[in-house]
Write a protein that binds this ligand. Structure first.
Ligand code: GLC
Length: 746
């Protein structure tokens, strides 16, 4: 019996091998899929929709593969990939290869900065390079499918997964998300160093209420279409291979059961052809959420909504055949899902090359070129947010440098969340890099042992080190475990005794440079006010240390800008740049809490939208970042003050580098639509350019504005650009700049 199976499997494999270099003949993938499906039983088709985790609870998996009951594996160790693939290809009836998947989000072994940090670079080449390196190291390890990019727009610093996001703006997230897909998939995702990507989490996961993970989301369809969907549409248009449906409900409907999102929008409006996978258990969770009244119903609701593959829930495999028999689910729906899974496998040429050649793996992992790219990415992801009296860069004649803080030598934590496969032994910390560069000029005293450490035992040594130094480098932040999935914080200040440590060191009167290595925007009002200079480095990955040293020494001039607003206190959250004017804008300086006279009368302070104890402005605005160069912007000049619906206008701005260093400026284009059928944000990012300007030189930057850039979703759910008054800014960040008016005509 076994012999016949093998003969049939080989025959099937030869017949249906996908198009490599025409190896399987010129039949299209669609024809091969149809031919293969014509041989499959219903249960075998359902088997393709079943993804199992091979990292735990997998004792039954090898036999299930043999029976054709598994289409994909998650978390399979590299040393077992070819073993399980052989079971699928040589021991199952039809020999359909497995899709091997893993979360390779910002690196596999060589870890790049967390995505939120990479977004600080605003540089698509940085983000693409990171994905390319991640793909190369993952693919040679047997992984052909990664669950990235995560393109959930979010302005929720309490949410642990903000670390994984590309920030609060749809345009920036769209451009960087497309670059990530291009990096992961390349021109042909079947190439030996490329993988299939996954746009996640569809959709609106980044707007979870109160920043609590897995929480509910309530957002208008207009805002969904203006903020949340554009990055997904952008990567769909860029050819992302798959989508992932998320955990959250959207306005009461779990997105993993949402026909509106998965059929009406994704398939109907966008005509997206790729496979949709659930999130981990998110099909089963339809029952937990109280949407499906049984696990069997959850399987029916998931597949009928359009989720093709069930990640780890098991409900599809357990119930779909009986649901088909009961008429709850049509076989056509199963066929549709199976077709997408098999199409992806053919596109990856898994039928031709199911096995991974790992012979060269050691030369790929932690390849010096990869490490250098990670270093450059981390340096470009650092944001300089304060630098009084040119505290930075470190002066060449410096005698002693005090290196203090729990993040100065945190090899594991600097890599951040979502790096399952990296080893801290390869991680180069700021302390190691600075010792390499400055030798015995370095005096190291951590002050506290880890970010949550409340002990002040180490303060005396830290203060003594500061006293002996010319400058203090204070590395503060969060351990990696304090951000990421299910790692939300209601208090986003620096944990432990870090703020007290800063105050103790600052009291010595020495110049203090604070470097924040964290997975989220922390509230840093004391830290910012008591530091002479501050770098937002976030979790910078394997090469965070050398990258920060490059910035401190000016080998790399900081270019980063914040992709997310930094609140002054958590009570301001949610706070974001593209908010609305309201009927009582804080156009005047409101009275702050400590300025209110005793027994002040109810009407004595005016009425505008602000917080008595926090004002109206964030600590650091979206798009903010300084450089060692200094850039002066002219007022914008428009080619016309009228834009017609069929036309376009240009806006130019002269930017002069008045500083002593060559620099790269991230020039941002914002517009405001003053009146609309729905009220419009006070500012919206519409374009940006990275511009290199040498010290003392200037350049003219030109942007084009066309009506399609001014569209928004109106109350009829139509994307429209409405005639009226607009203002345009060409600016260094979202909070400043000279505006120029123009009119959008009919
Ligand atoms: C997790 C995450 C998702 C990830 C998946 C597989 O729960 O929500 O982003 O890709 O499960 O690990």
């Amino acid at each position: 019996m076994k012999k016949h199976f093998i003969i049939l499997s080989v025959a099937v494999a030869l017949t249906f091998s996908s198009c490599g270099n025409n190896a399987g003949g010129d039949k299209s993938i669609a024809q091969k899929v149809d031919s293969l499906m014509s041989l499959m039983t219903l249960q075998e088709k359902i088997g393709q929709l079943n993804q199992r985790d091979f990292g735990w609870g997998a004792e039954d998996v090898p036999e299930l593969i043999r029976q054709g009951g598994v289409g994909s594996l998650l978390n399979c160790a590299p040393e077992r990939v070819n073993e399980v693939q052989r079971i699928a290809v040589e021991e199952s009836r039809l020999g359909i290869p497995l899709l091997i998947a893993r979360d390779v989000v910002h690196g596999y072994k060589t870890i790049f900065p967390i995505p939120l940090a990479q977004a600080c670079s605003w540089d698509t080449s940085v983000v693409k390079a990171g994905a390319q390196v991640a793909a190369a190291e993952a693919a040679v390890s047997g992984i052909k499918y990664t669950f990235a990019p995560m393109i959930d727009v979010t302005h929720e610093p309490r949410w642990g997964r903000i670390a994984e996001s590309l920030g609060e703006d749809a345009l920036l997230t769209s451009r960087l998300g497309v670059a990530m897909v291009q990096g992961f998939q390349g021109d042909d995702m079947a190439d030996a160093d490329r993988v299939a990507a996954c746009a996640k989490h569809f959709a609106a996961y980044g707007l979870v209420e109160s920043g609590r993970d897995y929480n509910s989301v309530f957002v208008s369809e207009e805002r969904l279409r203006d903020w949340v969907l554009p990055p997904f549409k952008a990567v769909a248009d860029a050819g992302v291979a798959t989508f992932m449906a998320g955990f959250n409900e959207l306005n009461g409907v779990p997105v993993s059961g949402s026909k509106f999102l998965l059929r009406d929008v994704l398939r109907g409006e966008w005509n997206y052809p790729g496979m949709v996978i659930s999130d981990y258990f998110s099909i089963d969770q339809l029952w937990v959420q109280g949407y499906s009244d049984s696990k069997a119903q959850a399987a029916a609701d998931g597949i009928n909504a359009g989720v093709d593959m069930d990640m780890m829930g098991g409900g599809y495999y357990a119930y779909l055949d009986s649901l088909v028999a009961a008429g709850e689910v049509s076989e056509a729906v199963i066929d549709e899902a199976c077709r997408r899974v098999l199409t992806l496998k053919y596109q990856l040429r898994l039928f031709d090359n199911p096995y991974t050649d790992m012979s060269g793996r050691d030369t790929v992992l932690y390849n010096p070129a990869h490490l250098q790219m990670a270093r450059e990415a981390a340096a470009k992801s650092v944001v300089l947010v304060k630098n009084v009296d040119k505290t930075l860069p470190i002066k060449p004649d410096v005698r002693k440098i005090a290196v203090i803080g729990p993040m100065a030598d945190a090899a594991y934590d600097q890599m951040g969340t979502w790096c399952f496969d990296a080893e801290k032994e390869h991680s180069v910390t700021p302390l190691a890099a600075l010792r390499e560069e400055y030798g015995d000029k370095i005096i190291y005293a951590p002050g506290t042992k880890y970010s949550r450490d409340n002990s002040k035992e180490g303060f005396a040594k830290a203060v003594a080190a500061a006293r002996q130094s010319d400058i203090v480098l204070l590395f503060l932040g969060e351990e990696a475990i304090l951000s990421g999935e299910a790692k939300c914080r209601a208090d986003i200040s620096l944990p432990g005794a870090q703020t007290a440590l800063l105050e103790a060191v600052e009291a010595t009167g020495k110049p203090v440079v604070t470097i924040v290595m964290s997975g989220r925007p922390n509230t840093l009002p004391v830290e910012l006010s008591k530091s002479d200079a501050m770098l937002i480095a976030m979790h910078g990955g394997t090469m965070a240390g050398p990258a920060i040293a490059d910035i401190l020494s000016a080998r790399t001039v900081p270019q980063g800008k914040l992709p997310v607003t930094f609140p002054s206190m958590v009570g301001q959250v949610p706070i974001y740049y593209n908010d609305y004017r309201t009927g009582r804008p804080a156009d005047y300086r409101p009275t702050m809490i400590d300025e209110i006279p005793l027994e002040a009368k109810q009407t004595s302070m005016g009425f505008c939208t602000y917080w008595l104890d926090a004002g109206i402005s964030p600590l650091l605005p979206f798009g903010y970042g300084l450089s060692y160069a200094t850039f002066e912007y002219s007022d914008p000049v428009l080619s016309s003050d009228t834009l017609t619906m069929d036309g376009q206008i240009t806006v130019t701005c002269d930017i002069k580098n008045t500083g002593d260093y060559d620099g790269t400026e991230i020039v941002q284009l914002y517009t405001r639509d003053h009146f609309g059928s729905l009220v419009r944000p006070v500012k919206e990012l519409k374009d940006f350019q990275l511009v290199d300007i040498k010290a003392g030189e200037d350049t003219t930057v030109t942007f084009t504005i066309s009506p399609d850039m001014l569209e928004f979703c109106n109350a009829d759910m139509r994307m429209v650009a409405e005639p009226g008054d607009f203002t345009v800014w060409v600016a260094p960040n979202s909070a400043v700049g000279a505006g120029k008016g123009f009119y959008l005509g009919e």
